[in-house]
Every structure is written in structure tokens, then in C-alpha cells.
Design a protein around this ligand. Structure first.
Ligand code: ZN
Length: 528
């Protein structure tokens, strides 16, 4: 058996122990410089469950299981239709329903439609991540004309309905872009970033017989070169950080799409795609919009089809705003925290900023764009504390751990784990303090349901046989179970949290210890 297949089998076995009654199939296996991430699809009674489980196997450290599944008993009490094919959470109960997946003729948009026994649609889920803005005209620059001029929107710096303008054109920078030369013509695409005209309005992608694309901001070709340039720059940066795998997917881009509407969006179908709208300031004139949408694509690449749940989706927007802000800082520190510096913060709409004091849970809401500020704000604070490069790495690695319905406190604890994986605790204090200040860690703030992180101590002494395992968890009842590597339970113990000591008699070998409490659950590899 290959190493990869071995790891997949171990991950499936670990998940089966952690979630009794479920079986698992491996959807994706990702490897970074720091860990292997195995994404599993759970099944109960042969029926798919609308959740994912992620097994993180750091190269130095303990395996962990991420994601939550309902007890199998919750599924059994639900109504099972004859042609059911997926369990979904519907009005607080898990129901087995039919699902049909539709993609548009270009293979871009994927929509899941859920049907009841009678074949009536009961819910629809679109895998589009919108950037809902309300802006107008613009020019395109590095990263945008507002930042280059170090000015506020207004005066000479206005959209003016996408008209060519000597002042705005003077704010363009001379850059080099990688294009494709084919049959005597230069085309605007590379191996990964493919500019196409696949959505209305009809606006063919610019091409040239000479290696020069000198378009004024009023020329549709300007959005084409602007988009390709910023995406290439962003990719180069990710590759330099060691995340080449993450961004090595083909993506189709229509810089004049979205039916001409005033928004842009990423779609995760067979081929990922982005459409930029032209309402207000043309979206593709602002690097913040371009990088924001690309981050949705990166997030999808690391954690496919898991962007569900209000807080999870708010964090996806937060990650996208963070990367847009961080990318701006590459060119200038002027108002770098303003997101959509040119596209927003103007007569069309207010834009957003990572320079905010939003706090969890008070500023969390059903409006994912408003709530996203909690997450993007915390990440920007971390950047100011430990630097752009370190924070970018932290964020890129963290994407792999995202799962359906992930909450912000769960993601905050995961971010601390990622810090430990990448930097060995060097920046733990800084990251902890910032997340804590934002109300994202369990020790602060008043939350209805506290979240606890399970910690294991004294594992070395236990391995030597000189002391018990020490487990710190939530204050309620805890079930401790020890399994051998064949999945057989060899010892169990029920105790009262938050501090538990346990010294089961074991022969030498590797074991999996699972701790299950009311609010927590964790699995750890124990060596005796
Ligand atoms: Zn978005």
C-alpha cells in the first residue's frame, strides 16, 4: 500500500472511531509543508450526510479530527424517503432527502437542489460567493488610483462613467504581464488564469499583434490586463511562501461579466470561475475586488464545497478581505486596510475596512458581510503584530482546516493550532491576545454555549510508565476511550471534567485516545 493510501485508511479509521456508526469515504487529500489534510465524506446507513470531517496529520505533532456530526440516533429518528440520497439539516432536524446537482453549460455554476418525497423543491444551495457592492466607474492601477495618488475619492479622482481621463491615466503603472503568444498574436491568459468571455455582456478579451497592451482606463482591455497582472502577482507571492499547490488550478475569468450588474462573484463548479461586474466603478479596476474574489477560489481549493453556515461564510468573506488588504500593503501602506479602496468608499457604496473594533459575539449577525469584519479585523491585527509574511502563511495554511458550519471560536482555536504547527508557539502570545481581545476565545466574553479546547499533558511520563495522562477539558462528564490500531477498544473510563488523570494499563504500542464530553470531542495518538 502506498504512503498516501495508508494515510487515507488511517484517517478513515480514526474518523470511524471518533464518530461511531458512521462510515467514511475520502474526498480529497491535501499536503502542505506542515501537514496532511484528509477530507472525508460521512455516510450513515449508506446515505451521504451533508457535512465533512477533516483529519489533520501534522508532520510534527498529534493528529486531530475537525468537524462535528450529529449522533447517528438523530438521523434514525428522521423520516427516510425511498429515494433519499443525502441527510440535510432542515429546521433543526436531520432529514434524508433527494439531491440533484446542476451545473450551467459552461461548467461554472454548481447549484444543489434538495427535493422532498413528492419531488418538490425544499431548498436550493448555490456555490457562488458574491461580492455584493454598489459602485460605479473607475480606472485600474497598482493597486488602485486612490492608493497611488494617496488621496480620497473626489475631485479629479472620480469614476466619471468609465471615461478615459488624463489624470487617472497618469496614475497607471508600467508593468510586465505574462501573456500567451499563439499564431502571431498575444493573448491574455497563462497556465492557470484564463481570461474568457463566457458571460454577458459580450466583450471579447483583448489581444494584440504587438507585445504591448497600452489601454486607457476607459478601454475594456484595461480591465483585462489589470486583472491578469494582479492575479499573477498574487500567485507569485503565494508560490514564494510555499503554497504553489494551493493555487495550481485553472480558473476562468470574465472581466466584463455578471450580466453587467454591480457585483462580482466566484463560482465553484467543475471549473472555478470569477465574473466581474461593471456597475459603478468597474470591479476589475480595483485590485481589492480582484484579490478578494481570488481568495474565495483559494479557499475553495483548500476546502472544496464546505462554505456553508453563516459564521463559516462570514469568515470566508473575512479571509477574502484580509488577503485584499494584505496584498495592497505589498504596494503601499496608504489606507492599506481599506478594502475596495477605489470601487467603494465613494458615492456608490461604503466599501469595507479591516481597521475596525468589531467584537464577537455582539457584532456577529446574519449579514455575513458585516460580520466578516470580526474575522478580517482580527487577522489584520495579527498582521500588524507579527508581520505580513507570517500572517499570510498562517491564513493560507488555516484554509485547509475549514469545514461546514465552522464557528468563529472554532476557527480561532484552529488558528492557534496552525500557529503552533508553523511557528512552534513563537507567536502564540500575540495571536492568542488578539483573538482573545476580539472575544473569539472561550475564556472571555459571555457566550451561551462555551467552547472548550481539549489539552493533553504528561504524555512522555505516561509513555515511560512513570505517571498518568493529564487531560484538561470542559467541566462536564467525560468519556475516555482507548483504542488499539485495529480499532478495538482496550480501556475506557468515565470521569468529571475539567481535569482528568488516567493511567490505563497498556502494553507497548500506539493507541488512539478519544475524549467525548457534552461540548467537546477530540482524538489523540498515544504512544506507550
Ligand atoms: Zn466575497
Amino acid at each position: 500500500m502506498s504512503a498516501a493510501a495508508q494515510q487515507t485508511t488511517e484517517a478513515e479509521a480514526l474518523a470511524a472511531i471518533r464518530f461511531p456508526g458512521y462510515s467514511f469515504e475520502t474526498n480529497h487529500v491535501f499536503q502542505t509543508d506542515h501537514a496532511t489534510y484528509t477530507r472525508l465524506q460521512p455516510f450513515s446507513a449508506g446515505i451521504q450526510v451533508d457535512r465533512q470531517v477533516v483529519i489533520v496529520q501534522p508532520y510534527n505533532g498529534e493528529m486531530r479530527v475537525m468537524g462535528l456530526l450529529p449522533p447517528v440516533s438523530d438521523l434514525i429518528t428522521s423520516l427516510v424517503y425511498t429515494e433519499a440520497c443525502i441527510w440535510i439539516l432542515q429546521n433543526d432536524s436531520w432529514e434524508a432527502v433527494q439531491m440533484s446537482t446542476q451545473t450551467d453549460r459552461h461548467g461554472h455554476d454548481r447549484t444543489d437542489v434538495f427535493l422532498n418525497e413528492e419531488g418538490d423543491t425544499i431548498s436550493v444551495r448555490s456555490w457562488r460567493s458574491y461580492f455584493g457592492d454598489s459602485t460605479v466607474t473607475a480606472r485600474v492601477f497598482r493597486p488602485d488610483p486612490i492608493t497611488v495618488a494617496e488621496a480620497e475619492y473626489g475631485g479629479d479622482l472620480v469614476d466619471n462613467n468609465d471615461a478615459d481621463d488624463p489624470v487617472l491615466n497618469s496614475l497607471r503603472s508600467l508593468v510586465t504581464v505574462t501573456a500567451t503568444f499563439e499564431d502571431d498574436t498575444f493573448f491574455l491568459y497563462d497556465t492557470f488564469i484564463r481570461l474568457k468571455d463566457f458571460a454577458a455582456p459580450v466583450q471579447p478579451v483583448a489581444w494584440s499583434l504587438t507585445p504591448v497592451f497600452d489601454a486607457g482606463r476607459g478601454d475594456p482591455a484595461f480591465e483585462d490586463v489589470n486583472t491578469l497582472y494582479h492575479l499573477q502577482q498574487c500567485r507569485n507571492w503565494l508560490v514564494s511562501l510555499g503554497y504553489e499547490e494551493l493555487c495550481s488550478f485553472e480558473i476562468d475569468i470574465d472581466t466584463h461579466g455578471a450580466d453587467g450588474a454591480d457585483n462580482s462573484f466566484f463560482s465553484s463548479g467543475g471549473t472555478p470561475s470569477i465574473q466581474f461586474g461593471e456597475g459603478g466603478v468597474d470591479d476589475a479596476e480595483d485590485a481589492d475586488v480582484i484579490i478578494h474574489e481570488y481568495m474565495h477560489a483559494l479557499s475553495h481549493s483548500a476546502a472544496p464545497f464546505s462554505n456553508t453556515g453563516i459564521e463559516r461564510r462570514a469568515m470566508d468573506e473575512g479571509y477574502a478581505d484580509y488577503l485584499a488588504a494584505s496584498y495592497s500593503l505589498q504596494w503601499s501602506s496608504y489606507r492599506w486596510q481599506d478594502v475596495f479602496s477605489w470601487d467603494g468608499h465613494n458615492e456608490f457604496w461604503d466599501g469595507r475596512t479591516t481597521d475596525n473594533d468589531k467584537h464577537y459575539p455582539e457584532d456577529n449577525s446574519l449579514n455575513i458581510y458585516a460580520a466578516s469584519g470580526i474575522w478580517s479585523g482580527a487577522l489584520a491585527d495579527i498582521l500588524e503584530s507579527i508581520g505580513k509574511e507570517n500572517t499570510d502563511k498562517l491564513v493560507l495554511e488555516a484554509l485547509y482546516g475549514s469545514y461546514d458550519e465552522m464557528t468563529m471560536p472554532e476557527a480561532a482555536l484552529w488558528l492557534l493550532d496552525v500557529e503552533d504547527m508553523l511557528f512552534g508557539g513563537l507567536y502564540h502570545e500575540e495571536v492568542f491576545t488578539i483573538l482573545d481581545t476580539r472575544g473569539l476565545l472561550p475564556s472571555t466574553g459571555v457566550q451561551e454555549q462555551q467552547l472548550y479546547n481539549i489539552s493533553f499533558y504528561n504524555t512522555n511520563a505516561f509513555a515511560d510508565g512513570t505517571g498518568p495522562l493529564l487531560i484538561i477539558t470542559d467541566p462536564g462528564k467525560q468519556l475516555l476511550q482507548m483504542f488499539d490500531m485495529s480499532g478495538r477498544m482496550v480501556s475506557s473510563f468515565c470521569g468529571e471534567g475539567p481535569e482528568l488523570e488516567w493511567m490505563p494499563p497498556l502494553t507497548s504500542g500506539s493507541y488512539l485516545l478519544t475524549v467525548t464530553g457534552r461540548t467537546t470531542g477530540s482524538t489523540m495518538l498515544i504512544v506507550k
